[in-house]
Design a protein around this ligand. Structure first.
Ligand SMILES: [Zn+2]
Length: 582
């Protein structure tokens, strides 16, 4: 198995907190078990990173890159930067598949894959995956019922850039809060500690703090990892936030806040008065089962985002829909919409495809459905007969068990087939007696020229359409006909809900077509479209209400669907106009 290479890019900028850095260090530990992993930080941020990595006993000698090597590329680049600066984004973009963790900056839309772990405000662009279960949280515990806050933890992150610790301690001192409690402070605080009472325990750092949070009765922190860790540990926590942004996030999660920058006496009193009855645990944000961020990233297994039609792989590809396992891109060069699936596809073309898989989708096996499928060939051949001025040699790509071959022979053609599945090939050869090439269309070797080449629900499966359409052009005689059928991305289903349409698009449909784009693409490959036929008119998909499920309304919507070409599938009939130059 080929090992992947990873480049991790943590933010070590002042003010971003150490949580992001620790997250990247954990990721590093997980991924390096079977991959090549490097960490990139600009020179100015190096000391900070070294310090944190050495504390984790990581040998920093050969893994940290201070500049990006010009030639080097990685399979995956994981960026944990909150708001990635544009220069950094552009320099990384050409070096590999970009995964953004909790990315909230202007470059968000340009990342190949987005993972939101901390609940975020709406960034406008939906992530591929979002779950706090990736946060590497401590063991989930029941909510503590506390009558007295005898042990208090204050942690505003490793650096406390906004001096929240100092603000909070001064506030406690002035107002006489928690004078009998044991207070533990974590973080590198640069203020005069001597002015506070001796009993306060100051720690620059506590190793694996999250695993001992449950020992405390109350935690003061700001919106971030420690808040979620307290929540998972079942310990009440109060937030003193550094900014309005954090304030809004706290509100979104129903976390209790005692102020922004400075604590508010009234708010804290309210909490203390409510005491143990205070319902602080909003458990809905913490799932029962956690996932490891490293394990999750390891499930992503494909980074090839190249356009199947024109092979464009530049920076300006546009991601139009994101899902956990795939993205849909729109090519800026040729306009095709195509899918990149991030997981390994298995058994897409096994024998099962025509039996169990087919039955699951259509309610009977392919062979049981044979006569119906054969009937579909009748109107198709009717159109081909009208526009075909060439001869009678026909090639049906993806011929399956041969229904179109039989019907085309009935129409006077001499048909050959191409099919991958050996059972089907065997059937067509022995039972029907036609010539069939076994294999993918790309792989068959034949100099035979055809008058008609057909592909019924096949074209959307090809990974390299440039190769396929060039080959079709080459195999067809001048004036020959290329006909195919495929799902329609401008049909009623897509019209009603684009996101749902793409969500429902099968994992092995790589390209997504509609009449307009077919025209544009076929022209590139030397064809001129002679006829479209919009099919798959489903009146019931127009309106979900039972009211409309009467015969009359059904007929009306079928008419509307036909007039406006809103069928969910369509067919293209094109004539070869010219040879392509090699
Ligand atoms: Zn393209």
């Amino acid at each position: 198995m080929r090992t992947n290479s990873y480049l991790l890019v943590p933010s070590c900028v002042d003010g971003n907190g150490t949580g992001h850095l620790r997250r990247i260090i954990n990721l590093y530990k997980k991924l390096k078990k079977n991959s090549a992993v490097f960490v990139y930080v600009p020179v100015s941020q190096i000391p900070y990173l070294y310090e944190n990595m050495l504390e984790e006993n990581i040998d920093t000698n050969d893994l940290i890159l201070k500049t990006l090597p010009v030639q080097k590329k990685w399979n995956y680049i994981v960026v944990d930067y909150m708001e990635t600066p544009v220069e950094l984004f552009l320099s990384l973009k050409e070096k590999g598949f970009l995964i953004g963790i909790d990315e909230g900056g202007d470059q968000r839309g340009g990342f190949d894959y987005l993972i939101d772990i901390i609940p975020s405000l709406e960034f406008g662009i939906k992530p591929n995956y979002s779950s706090v279960s990736l946060m590497n949280l401590p063991e989930r515990r029941e909510f503590k019922k506390i009558s007295e806050f005898s042990k208090i933890l204050i942690s505003f992150g490793g650096e406390d850039y906004f001096s929240l610790t100092k603000n909070l301690l001064e506030f406690f001192k002035e107002n006489g809060y928690f004078s009998n409690s044991e207070i533990t402070v974590v973080g590198k605080n640069n203020f005069d500690r001597s002015v506070f009472k001796d009993s306060i325990i100051f720690n620059d750092r506590i190793d694996n703090l999250k695993s001992i949070i449950y020992e405390y009765d109350l935690v003061f922190t700001s919106f971030g990892f420690t808040a979620f860790e307290s929540l998972a540990s079942g310990v009440p926590f109060l937030l003193l936030n550094p900014s309005i942004y954090h304030h809004k996030l706290s509100n979104k999660c129903n976390f209790v806040e005692i102020g922004v920058e400075n604590p508010n006496k009234h708010k804290l009193d309210q909490f203390l008065k409510a005491g143990k009855n205070f319902n602080i645990l909003q458990g809905k944000y913490i799932p029962g089962i956690y996932t490891n961020l490293g394990d999750f990233i390891l499930t992503l297994n494909n980074t090839v985002t190249i356009c199947p039609v024109c092979h464009y792989e530049g920076k300006s590809i546009n991601i139009i829909h994101r899902f956990q396992n795939r993205n849909f891109y729109k090519c800026p060069e040729c306009g095709i919409t195509y899918q990149v699936y991030f997981k390994q596809l298995t058994n897409s073309y096994m024998k099962n495809y025509f039996f169990d898989d087919y039955k699951n989708q259509y309610g009977c096996t392919y062979l049981e459905d044979f006569e119906n499928i054969k009937k579909l060939a009748v109107p198709r051949l009717k159109i081909i007969n009208i526009i075909n001025k060439s001869g009678f040699n026909l090639l049906d790509v993806g011929c399956a068990y041969g229904p179109f071959l039989i019907e085309s022979e009935n129409n006077g053609y001499i048909p050959d087939g191409v099919e991958i599945i050996s059972d089907a090939v065997e059937y067509v050869r022995s039972k029907l007696g036609f010539l069939v090439y076994q294999g993918t269309y790309e792989s068959i070797k034949s100099d035979k020229k055809y008058d008609v080449i057909t592909m019924w629900y096949v074209i959307e499966h090809f990974a390299d359409l440039k190769l396929v359409l060039t080959k079709v052009n080459k195999q067809l005689k001048l004036g020959g006909i290329f006909a195919f059928a495929t799902p329609n991305s401008s049909g009623i289903s897509a019209f009603k809900d684009k996101h749902l349409f793409f969500k429902n698009s099968p994992a092995d449909h790589i390209s997504v077509w509609n009449p307009k784009i077919s025209n544009k693409i076929l022209t590139r490959f030397g064809f001129k479209i002679r006829r479209f036929r919009i099919t798959g008119h489903h009146a019931e998909r127009f309106l979900p209400f039972p009211l409309f499920k009467t015969k009359l309304w059904y007929s009306i919507f079928v008419i509307i669907s036909r007039i406006f070409g809103l069928g969910d599938t369509f067919e293209v009939y094109a004539e070869k106009m010219k040879e392509l130059n090699d």
